[in-house]
Design a protein around this ligand. Structure first.
Ligand code: FAD
Length: 311
């Protein structure tokens, strides 16, 4: 049994690294799979983070993640920049397989694989992330005070983002492919009644343009006629959905209708004993670094208690 770890953590965003920090400090010697291409998680793709407590003047996303990583490592967390490609969570000893086919064993597993925001698939979209293109109004709205901005999408999230952003922005244009919204009636009415919000119906973003490395305008294409027009905006908030990274766990862990991992809230216990879920892979409501870190901490404490009860 010596090759059986106490705990394996899959994922390396704020949830995974916080779980690693706590389990390392509890002498559980965690093994963390960080992912091969995107270790550090979603904040590696942004610039300034101003709402993570403890950094009065803000901190760059990659620096924050680097700090979290080193802090976990300092207490003995073992970090591997590789992907887990298969899991078998059914037994008392959980099996997780890395990309080279090596099977790792653990008594407890913490799933912190995050969620992927859907992109528009446009040229320059990635390089303008954090430079005008955003997927999070709560995170970035403040940077767009008195500016003309746009929100892409027609669901509840898009309407919520638009009404939230209208507090800061000079104007908010909602860009939607159809001529009616999917959002709930209440959310629609709130947006329709907001004097700063206008709608670009039957429109999709066809091109992103920048000046000095920052978004300066977008080209909109009419979805019926194909006609193009310019919309000068310095912010574009993309709210067309998220995909939780749960493919690996289908058929093994209970997922909700949208594919998020179901946990026995307020705990982080999944439906399988010894398996815990934390961060955006569970959360379709808050999706913040601090909430992910918070549930990462909860998952570590839940795993610690689970292991103590087994001993
Ligand atoms: P993630 O950060 O998504 O990390 C999960 C990681 O797990 C993945 O990146 C990957 O490396 C790893 N992984 C996934 N699958 C596997 C696998 N099979 N094997 C191994 N590893 C795997 N929030 C704020 O609070 N403030 C902000 O200013 C802010 N800005 C943002 C800017 C951008 C551009 C984006 C996209 C998000 C922003 N957020 C911000 C939201 C915040 O980044 C997320 O809420 C947070 O990162 C979620 O943390 P997480 O640990 O759950 O998942």
């Amino acid at each position: 049994m010596s090759d059986v770890r106490n705990v394996i953590i899959i994922g390396s965003g704020p949830a995974g690294y916080t779980a690693a920090l706590y389990t390392a400090r509890a002498s559980l010697n965690p093994l963390v799979f960080e992912g091969s291409v995107s270790s550090g998680g979603a904040l590696m793709n942004t610039t300034e983070v101003e709402n993570f407590p403890g950094f009065r003047d803000g901190i760059m996303g990659p620096e924050l993640m680097d700090n979290m990583r080193s802090q976990a490592e300092r207490f003995g967390a073992e970090l591997i920049p590789d992907d887990i490609v298969a899991v078998d969570l059914s037994g008392d000893i959980k099996l997780v397989t890395d990309s080279e086919g090596t099977v790792h064993k653990a008594k407890a597993v913490i799933v912190a694989t995050g969620s992927q925001h859907r992109k528009l698939g446009l040229e320059h979209e990635d390089e303008l992330s954090g430079r005008g293109v955003s997927w999070c109004a709560t995170c970035d709205g403040f940077f767009f005070r008195d500016q003309d901005i746009a929100v892409v999408g027609g669901g509840d999230t898009a309407m919520e983002e638009a009404t939230f952003l209208s507090r800061f922005a000079k104007s908010v244009t909602v860009i939607h492919r159809r001529e009616e919204l999917r959002a709930s009636k209440t959310m629609q009415e709130r947006a329709f009644n907001d004097p700063k919000i206008t709608f670009a119906w039957n429109s999709e973003v066809a091109e992103l343009h920048s000046e000095g490395g920052k978004l300066s305008s977008v080209t909109l294409k009419d979805t019926r006629t194909g006609e193009a027009r310019a919309l000068p905006v310095t912010g574009l908030f993309i709210a067309v959905g998220h995909d939780p990274r749960t493919e690996l766990f289908k058929g093994q862990l209970e997922l909700d209708d949208e594919g998020y991992l179901r946990v026995d809230a307020p705990s982080t216990r999944t439906n399988v004993s010894g398996v815990f879920g934390a961060g955006d892979v569970v959360d379709h409501t808050y999706r913040q670094a601090i909430t992910a870190a918070g549930t990462g901490c909860s998952a570590a404490l839940d795993a610690e208690r689970f292991l103590a009860a087994q001993a």
